[in-house]
Design a binder for this molecule. Sequence first.
Ligand SMILES: Cc1cc2nc3c(=O)[nH]c(=O)nc-3n(C[C@H](O)[C@H](O)[C@H](O)COP(=O)(O)OP(=O)(O)OC[C@H]3O[C@@H](n4cnc5c(N)ncnc54)[C@H](O)[C@@H]3O)c2cc1C
Length: 440
Amino acid sequence: MTRPALPVFISGWGRTPRIHASGYEVELPEEILPLFQQETGDFIVHAMGRSYGDSSLSRNVVLTRRLNAILSFDPDTGIAVCESGVSLSDLIDVFLPRGWFLSVTPGTKFITVGGAIASDVHGKNHHKAGCFSTSVIGMDVLVPSGQIITCSPQTHRDLFLATCGGMGLTGVILSATLQLQPVQSAFIDQEIIKCRNLSETIDAFSQYHLLAYSVAWIDCLSQGKEMGRSLLMVGEHAQSGRLRLPEIRSHSIPFDVPGICLNPYSVSLFNALYYAKTRRRHISNTVSLNTFFYPLDAILQWNRMYGKNGFTQYQMVLPLESSHAGLKAILTRIARSGMGSFLAVLKLFGPANENYLSFPLKGFTLALDFKMASRLLPFLDELDRIVLDHAGRIYLSKDVRMKPETFQKSYPGLEKFREIRRHYGATTRFNSLQSRRLEI
Ligand SMILES: Cc1cc2nc3c(=O)[nH]c(=O)nc-3n(C[C@H](O)[C@H](O)[C@H](O)COP(=O)(O)OP(=O)(O)OC[C@H]3O[C@@H](n4cnc5c(N)ncnc54)[C@H](O)[C@@H]3O)c2cc1C
């Protein structure tokens, strides 16, 4: 029996576009196949909607949040099997007190395991640990024929490589077997290093590259000798301490902040104050996993801060050789445009993996939030050209406006990905607004 469609009004985290769709909430894997048999048109999974753009939007959406059972756990090896709608937050709540944490985590824990695999998310440890897919031992994928295929790096490898980073376009991930990492405490020993410009920032990343985690907040509006000044935060899991996270009091943004509050002056002031707040050149402290990994999760619905028109996150990666020049060109262009971003985050990636559409490649990735505005789109097209000129690419999970040419030039695994999609009959069933726009 399938449940009736729910009319839903949905968006990604950037809150644009917002669309009306038919939503199918599933609680059991066997409820999914009949949907494809009974409904025509495009389907895509919409999980927690933390991807920023249009990758989880379609005319019909499979809502997987209730497909959320933890199926088994081996306390000796840290191997957990769970359904794809389980959130990373659920996994932390259950396994951290037993001394196990995610091997790779993005900057929010309010995403599902299915979403983490489909975007092949990265964390602050990509330079050491790679993407989320490195921790996926195997998974069950429902493909349009109705077959449930168990795939892994060894078995049905092509489907595995296409599904990790494949943005839901190969089928529905039903469950996954994950390798967790052992930890001694719920805390991170952190160091904060104040860097005066881009060269110092890049050097500091390489100086601390042996540590597990690193991320820098960049003042994207500083210019001249101070261009690229930043606070680099590096850390390792603390060896002792409690395994319970301290209670956090979350706050919420209860309404859409009027667009006028975010302007070049307020962003510039915020950046200057944030940088000046850290007076010493080097600080060491111990912070909870929540503070280190998920600072934004403490403010629920913080996406309302950008007003009712929403926002987008522009995240690109540049190869190591061209990172310095490319970042300089991008920061110069942003500073000149006056279109500042509160959130400008730089991370170091290790080598690319073999997944056909995974985003990371060895080099630096910069993520910038921009409020939606009419002059933003041509401006981002200009940034795309800089990215392409430096052999970089844009992250699908954040994208809402990239042109198909830009995408096709920068993802060399695309042809192979299309071939796998055709092989499993997914091209006519699984499509998102994004896959249609990018002609995937
Ligand atoms: C505050 C914040 C910080 C973030 N930080 C990072 C970061 O550091 N690194 C990073 O890589 N990303 C980051 N992200 C992006 C986020 O991790 C990804 O977009 C993730 O995919 C969202 O998962 P979700 O469960 O919300 O899925 P959705 O947003 O609902 O869907 C994302 C994609 O996954 C597909 N999908 C979801 N579930 C399934 C399934 N069961 N089967 C098949 N396809 C499926 C969807 O169809 C869609 O294409 C961040 C997002 C936010 C809001």
